[in-house]
Design a protein around this ligand. Structure first.
Ligand SMILES: C[S@@+](CC[C@H](N)C(=O)[O-])C[C@H]1O[C@@H](n2cnc3c(N)ncnc32)[C@H](O)[C@@H]1O
Length: 312
């Protein structure tokens, strides 16, 4: 099956990246390379795009899509939390724009064969980077029950975490849970029927989200990245982050708030002793969200939020 891409908020991202020919930009989450292609077109003829993805399939796909511009592109199979090292390796001290379009791609969901979708019967894997060791199979079949409860609650905000973890442990006592479809069925059975039918989303959505976040250490990597982002941008450089759930958005929002605040001294002090100065400025107070038209054309955009900030 071919590689699909449906970039979220493409016009908004393109407009607010504020790109000019000759800019150096980073797409930290290439996926189907839709945003990357638009970025490249805005920085030609002599700009440079560093494209990163932790999924080798995405890198291979981007190689093909971006081939006509290969002189202007460096593709790196890595985690975006390694960006300082990647820039260093390329002799770059600061960039004009960084894009993070978080979460998983349509291709991973539809063609990944790694158990990202509860609608498919695939091996329970969920690794975006198959060089890592931890899989969803290992978590589901070996983590103690109380750790499963915490994981589903913390990363999925799942209110039936206890019931679901209990059912999983009961099931695996007889036979290991091998596939995404088996897990989806166990989760559905664990949730009281009146909640199964009253929700707008599939009953296993939150458990699948929690497992994916845990397997890929998604929040940890995002926190590491956000803690150093001002040091990667040139003055006036822009950061665009598209998040898909409140756990991601909270990390981005809190990090930006800290960088915007500057001095942290108590108000009573006559002079600043901490020495912190504002490093970033949010371009909008509230995040942008996709239009109704975009959501009806691309339901995956439904919960997305775009935050844009500029290095001062
Ligand atoms: C939503 S898709 C990006 C879609 C892309 N913007 C487009 O236009 O098609 C997210 C991609 O980011 C990658 N990804 C997620 N977290 C990552 C991380 N910490 N480091 C590197 N790549 C990551 C995933 O493998 C996936 O391919």
């Amino acid at each position: 099956m071919g590689f699909e891409h449906t970039s979220v908020m493409p016009q908004e991202v393109n407009e607010h990246q504020n790109l000019k020919p000759g800019n150096i930009c980073v797409d930290c989450t290439l996926g189907g390379a839709g945003h990357a292609l638009a970025t490249l077109k805005a920085i030609l003829p002599d700009g440079m795009l560093i494209g990163i993805d932790q999924d080798l399939d995405a890198i291979d796909h981007a190689k093909k899509i971006l081939d006509p511009f290969k002189k202007n592109v460096r593709l790196v199979h890595s985690n975006f939390s390694d960006l300082p090292q990647i820039l260093n390796d390329n002799g770059i001290t600061g960039v004009n724009s960084i894009l993070l379009d978080l979460g998983f791609s349509l291709n991973q969901l539809k063609n990944g064969n790694r158990g990202f979708s509860f609608n498919k019967n695939e091996p329970l894997d969920m690794r975006m980077d198959i060089r890592n060791d931890l899989t969803a199979h290992e978590i589901v079949n070996s983590f103690p029950e109380d750790e499963l409860v915490t994981l589903f609650f913390k990363f999925g905000e799942e209110k039936f975490s206890r019931r679901i973890a209990k059912k999983i442990v009961e099931h695996r006592r007889h036979t290991p849970i091998q596939t995404s479809a088996e897990l989806a069925q166990i989760v559905t059975k664990a949730i009281p029927a009146k909640f199964v039918y009253s929700q707008r989303i599939h009953p296993a959505t939150r458990v699948f989200q929690a497992l994916r976040i845990a397997v890929n250490r998604e929040l940890e990597r995002l926190e590491q990245f956000m803690a150093i982002v001002p040091s990667l941008l040139l003055t006036g450089g822009r950061l665009c982050v598209i998040s898909f759930h409140s756990l991601e958005d909270r990390i981005v929002k809190q990090a930006l708030r800290k960088f915007e605040a500057g001095c942290t001294c108590p108000k009573e002090l006559p002079v600043c002793l901490c020495g912190f100065v504002p490093q970033m400025r949010s371009v909008f107070r509230r995040p942008l969200i996709p239009t109704k038209e975009e959501i009806s054309a691309n339901p995956m955009a439904r919960s997305s939020k775009l935050r844009v900030a500029q290095k001062v």
